[in-house]
Design a protein around this ligand. Sequence first.
Ligand SMILES: [Zn+2]
Length: 365
Amino acid sequence: MRLALRSVLSLLFAGLAWAAPLAAQAPAENLILVTLDGLRWQDVFRGMDSRFAHKDHGGVKDLFALDREFRRETSEEARAALMPFLWNVIAKQGQIFGDPEKGSRATIANQHKFSYPGYSELLCGFADPRIDSNDKVVNPNRTVLEHLHARPEFRGRIAVFSGWDVHPYMVAEDRSGLFVQAAWELPTVASSPERLAWLRASYQQLPRYWPSFCFDALTFPAAKEYLLARKPKVLYLALGETDEWGHGRRYDLYLQMMHRTDAMLRELWETAQSLEQYHGKTALLITVDHGRGRTEKDWTDHGAKVEGAEEVWMAVMGPNVPSLGVREQVETKLAQVAATAAQLVGVDYATLEPRAALPLPGAVR
Ligand SMILES: [Zn+2]
């Protein structure tokens, strides 16, 4: 009798274990959306490009140190040396889109290949020809963040942290009512008065190297402190030093920030996983606003005339994301990010924004 019951139970459990992966997965309850301004897919998928690891082409100050840090035998080793969290965690537990060598080219739908049109496309879900400059003009279209914010479960629980002072316009801060902190604006929220004082002092003490853009080393802790203190359901973190050092023709600093950004993402992810609200219930979606050139001359640049700057990439991980790794034979558009973000938290974006592109295929269960 005892034995019989046991075998019935084990059969039952075997059945459950088999059925579990097929069952519809509950959506994530929280979303962390991250954009890394102008970070090339080539560096992400292949690791350091030795053509730019050069004094003239890349403005590299210490070639020996750069080689030691990021040069490896194979592209798999090189990319993992640059972005260990992306390749050892996200690529294993989630998915990465945008490797043309695997038949998975990802491109922008807009014609401009610069920031505001790219951010608007990925946040709204479509390219709008009216968005044709980086001017501080309030976005006429609602972003996925604004749409989600209109729903009671997300009201007051979405925050935007960006290094760039144009982001408040792109997400229509005033109209949308989103919490937005951008560029050199002093933080107002932290997990303790001491942390807030430290954070504000850092903003005030560092040099304003770029007047309209602040260091990722400030934007990141400001966002992390907000996550700890307010526990938003949707956190959008826009980092951008990769673009700044690219324009500055400093391939060494560009790679350094790529590497540090990866560590920031790991820290943010692990911090979230340590909190009850986020543990096992949070999705992470990462992308870029545009690519950059392919050659020694123009890797630094992007814009309508720069060939290759239309190429982008996306990475996604979460409780409702199948572990498919590098996606093969699937061409995608940056515009698909908005609907994917909504789908990750269980919202059908097509009902909110009929102009939007469909979610990334197979990204969300
Ligand atoms: Zn740029």
